[in-house]
Each structure stands twice: as C-alpha cells, then as structure tokens.
Design a protein around this ligand. Structure first.
Ligand SMILES: Cc1cc2nc3c(=O)[nH]c(=O)nc-3n(C[C@H](O)[C@H](O)[C@H](O)COP(=O)(O)OP(=O)(O)OC[C@H]3O[C@@H](n4cnc5c(N)ncnc54)[C@H](O)[C@@H]3O)c2cc1C
Length: 534
C-alpha cells in the first residue's frame, strides 16, 4: 500500500537540512555511510572505509517507496523485522557515542544527491542485487560518485569467478574483520522526522505473522551463542520440520539483513564450537550462502528469467490459478505440502527440506510457472533473500539443466520426517483425529476409520488436487524431452557463465558433452552438496 493521505511522507531530509549540517573549519563535510543490507557497525567494509577517509561520518538508511508501496514484495512481518534491525543499528551508533542512524525517505538517488550537492562523499557496501538494485547503484555511481566497497567474500571483476572460488572464500573467512575506531571520527546525524514507527504508520504496516524473531544484532548474537552450544545436534535436526525449528541456527533473517556478517558467524563457530560433523556441516552451509549470492552477482536475471533459456516459459501453458491458489493456501490434499505452506504463511519460516519439497511439488507435480511460486516464497519468508530464494527455486525446479532432478515425494516426507504427525496436525488441525499412520495419504484412510474418528476426506480436508504418480510421470517425460537441448546450452559460454556452477565453466561444458545421459531422481536424498564439492 502507498503512504496514507493523512500522513504523507516527503522526500527527506530536505536540501536545507542537509546544507545546515555544514560547519565551518576544515571538516566542513564528511562521508555518508549508506546502509542497505549491512545493518551493523562491526565488520562493515563501507563503514571502515568511510572512517578511514574522513573524520566525520553520517550513517544513513533510506526508505525507498519502491519497497514499501504496492510494488514492494515483502510481507509486513519482514518489514517489521527490518525495522527492529534498524532500531538496533541506531542503538549501536549511540553506544559508540554517535548521533545515531539518520533515516531518510524517497528515491535514494534524490536523497543522496542532496548530500552530494552539499559536498558529502557517499560510500556503501557492494551487494549483489537484481535489476532494480543494479540500476539504482549504477545511477548512484555515475551521477553522484557513490563508492561501493567490496568485502563480502564474493569474487568480482574476474573473467572466471569460479576458478579457485572456494579458496578465495576460505581466505576471506579467515581474514580479519573490517575495523574502525569510533574515537577517531565524529558520527553525525540530521533530524528528518522519519523513523521506522512513522514509516510503519504512513504505509499501514501491520504484521500478521506469529513466532517471528526479533530483529537486530543483540538477538542475532544470542542465537549464535545458543546454537554453537548445541551444534553437535545440528546434523540430526536439519531434515525434520519439527526438529529444525530449534535444531538449525535460525540465523538466516539476521544474515539476510546483515546484523551479523557471514564472516563473524564463521569465526565464532570456528573458535568456539567443538570439532565434528555439526561444525563442518554448518560451515558448508555458510559456503552455500556465499555460493548462491555469487550466482546473483554473476547474473541478475536469476530473479525473473530461467537461467537456461531452453526452460524459459516451461509450465506457462499449464498455468491454473486454482491450483496455484490451493498450493498457496495449503489445500492441495497432500498433508506435508499443506502443513508447510500454512507454516510459511503464518510464521515466515520453513526448514530447507520443506522449502525444497514445496518448490518441487509446485513445479514438478502441479506443473505451474516457477516465478509465481518463487515470488510467493519471497513475499512470506522473513529471511527472503533475493540471492538465495530465486536461485534455489531455479535449482530445485531443474531450470539450470544439470543432471539430477530433485523430486521429493510428499507422502514419503511425512513417513520419514514426521512419523507421529506432529508437524502435520499442528498446521492442518482438521487432520488431527486421523491416526498418524494415515497422515501420509488421508484419502486412502478406509471409510470405516474416517467414520470412527469423525472426519470425512473430501469435506473436512480436500482430496489430492492431482494424481501424484500420473503427474510425476508426465512431468518427467516433458522435462526429459527438453533436457538434452538444455544440457547442450550449458556448452554456450554466456549461459555457462550465468549459471555460475560451483565447478565453473568446465563443469558446464562437461554437462553439455554428456547431454541427456543422466536424469536420476533425488527422492528426498542429498539435496545439498558437501563443502568439498565446491
Ligand atoms: C526454495 C528455497 C528457497 C530458499 N530461500 C531462502 C531465502 O530466501 N533466504 C535464505 O536465507 N535461505 C533460503 N533458502 C535456504 C535455506 O532453506 C535457509 O537458509 C535455511 O532454512 C535457514 O534456516 P537456518 O538459518 O536455521 O539455517 P542453517 O541450517 O542454520 O544454516 C545457516 C545459514 O547457512 C545458509 N544456508 C543454509 N542452507 C542454505 C542453502 N541451501 N542455500 C544457501 N544458503 C544456505 C543460510 O544463510 C543459513 O542462515 C531457501 C531454500 C530453498 C530450497
């Protein structure tokens, strides 16, 4: 929704307010630190660079109407989480005796232009984004001379970014954090009348989700500490949606908004966690974070186009809004999918396997266009990260064209991951009366059982919206028919570069050379690669 007519928000700070910041003497102006998704003052490359260059800095966050009005893609709960993170960042600056964070509102180029016109330099951390963010950053660089400082471990400006990639990421992880000395700089601010609360009022932000964690560096550090203490249990907790709730780190929204850097998390775990499988599996997940983010850096089209052009438009001719709506509402008649989709909508979080299951079911079984599903995830996930969500969707759907289709059987997932039905009945309470043995396929529960427990499948809970086995077979045929051409396209240098495979261009050309040779299913199998496969 747009800003309310009662409380319209102007583009602010106004040019006069910025000019009034000028002081007499040597340090007339200084450097604006434009925070975007790096909401911390530690290990922050842009802030360290600004403090190095100037003795006066002004930390700034710009609320861009494009993210908050009807064009915005985030649910209100994610915006509220962002607001927590901003208030926390404001406190971090106050804690070092600074003036706090300056909040602005408007087109970032216009806002930053007012500072540039008054003689301020502007720096920001370089962050991979989609096309909108890229255009915005290009305009900021060209028109205003904004300097983007890299420091996130990703490989930039290399002809073959994937060559020696994991070694480079590893040495970045082992490196010292970016540092600055708050005593050597004045942290200034300007009153703008904007705050997260005012913004929330103006745009009618009303978070409707439950169990959403509190944003900010303090809660993030708490979580990191608690997780490190129980890291030995991590490997056994990843796959089940019940165990994962407490068993995985829960750090994703904090990493998404940069309350902690990936490097800080790595260092903490490296130094404090006991050696073992839990530690190595977790570290490999941090590499996955960088791996997918590198993909978006290498090609911004991941957000809206199939990475392999052969699969562009796949399933488009089958678009059925009723099927999409049933999937979104969690009313497909497949309990594990339905429980997961309702959990996503209500809490904004799902563990990896359930995200993968729902994406696979949507694309392979319902055979619906991938982007609508990916957008729905992106809207509802509190950790919704364009770099991971859309690239993961394309990988799970098989749009890259590499061998090994990731098909998950939703019934098997109930039997394997929720045999007592705890997760399913928590989110699909209408199935609660049914004995757990029938929760994988309620429609097959004998009528006598249904009568005895007082539930009628088809009334209380829907029959499956598709015939699973037939749909799966049909998809395999359709997908398989296009697969050799898709594999071959990976031999094309431009397509191989945008796919940004962990094995680089060589991996892409070897898939092209073997085209069509392998399309083995992964049925709930190893959907994430180990560290040594990078
Ligand atoms: C279809 C789909 C969409 C996804 N969308 C997102 C998203 O928008 N944002 C997001 O952060 N993660 C996304 N993931 C990856 C993964 O599911 C989440 O990172 C994880 O469930 C978050 O919980 P956690 O922090 O407790 O994870 P942990 O298991 O504790 O992992 C620690 C961190 O490692 C990183 N990580 C873990 N798994 C992956 C992975 N498979 N790919 C990339 N990074 C990973 C995350 O930063 C995570 O916070 C998606 C996965 C799928 C299959």
């Amino acid at each position: 929704m747009g800003p309310s007519a009662d409380a319209p928000l102007p583009t602010t700070p106004a040019a006069e307010a910025v000019r009034s910041l000028s002081r007499t003497g040597d340090a007339d102006t200084g450097t604006v630190v434009w925070h975007r998704s790096d909401l911390r003052i530690a290990d922050n490359p842009a802030l360290a660079a600004a403090a190095d260059d100037s003795d006066r800095i002004l930390p700034l966050f710009v609320f861009d109407p494009g993210f908050h009005d009807e064009r915005g893609a985030a649910c209100d709960a994610r915006i509220a989480f962002l607001h927590d993170c901003l208030r926390d960042l404001d406190r971090q600056y106050h804690d070092v005796d600074g003036a706090g964070l300056t909040y602005a509102h408007g087109d970032p180029i216009e806002v930053l232009g007012r500072f540039a016109d008054a003689g301020w330099d502007v720096v920001a951390s370089a962050t991979p984004t989609g096309r909108y963010g890229r255009r915005r950053d290009e305009r900021a660089r060209e028109r205003l001379g904004v300097r983007f400082v890299a420091g996130d471990g990703l490989v930039r400006d290399a002809d073959r970014p994937r060559e020696g990639w994991s070694d480079r990421v590893e040495s970045w992880l082992a490196g010292d954090p970016f540092d600055w000395d708050p005593r050597s700089v004045a942290v200034d601010g300007v009153e703008t009348g904007i705050s997260p609360g005012r913004l929330a009022d103006a745009y009618g932000i009303e978070p409707a989700k439950t169990r959403v964690p509190t944003g900010g560096r303090g809660p993030a550090r708490e979580r990191l500490r608690a997780f490190t203490d129980r890291i030995a249990e991590y490997p056994g907790s990843i796959s089940s949606p019940v165990d994962a709730l407490e068993g995985t780190s829960g750090l994703s929204p904090y990493l998404r908004f940069g309350c902690l850097s990936v490097r800080e998390v790595h260092r903490h775990v490296d130094e404090r966690a006991p050696d073992g499988r839990g530690k190595s599996m977790f570290v490999s997940r941090l590499f996955w974070n960088r791996h997918y983010t590198q993909k978006l850096l290498d090609w911004p089209g991941w957000l809206d186009r199939a990475v392999n052009p052969v699969y562009e438009g796949f399933n488009r001719d089958r678009h059925d809004p009723d099927l999409v709506a049933a999937w979104k509402r969690g009313e497909t008649g497949f309990p594990m999918v339905d429980a997961s989709m309702r959990c996503l909508r209500e809490t904004g979080w799902l563990n990896f396997r359930m995200r993968a299951l729902c994406a696979s079911f949507y694309f392979h079984i319902l055979q619906q266009p991938w982007k609508i599903g990916a957008d729905h995830f992106y809207e509802h996930l509190i950790d919704g990260d364009p770099a991971i969500n859309y690239t993961q969707w394309q990988s799970q759907c098989g749009l890259v064209g590499r061998p090994g289709l990731r098909l998950y059987d939703p019934r098997k997932q109930v039997r394997d991951q929720d045999p007592d039905g705890e997760f399913v009945t928590r989110w699909v309470p209408e199935l609660d009366p049914l004995p757990a043995a029938h929760l994988d396929a309620p429609e097959k529960a004998p009528l006598a059982v249904q009568r005895e427990v007082g539930i009628e499948i088809g009334e209380a809970y829907p029959y499956p919206v598709v015939d699973y086995e037939a749909a799966r077979e049909e998809f395999r045929e359709r997908y398989g028919a296009a697969y050799p051409a898709a594999a071959e396209r990976l031999g094309d240098d431009a397509i191989a570069r945008r796919a940004s495979l962990s094995g680089g261009l060589d991996a892409a050309s070897s898939i092209a050379a073997d085209h069509g040779e392998s399309d083995a299913d992964v049925d709930g199998g190893p959907a994430q690669t180990d560290l040594d496969e990078f």
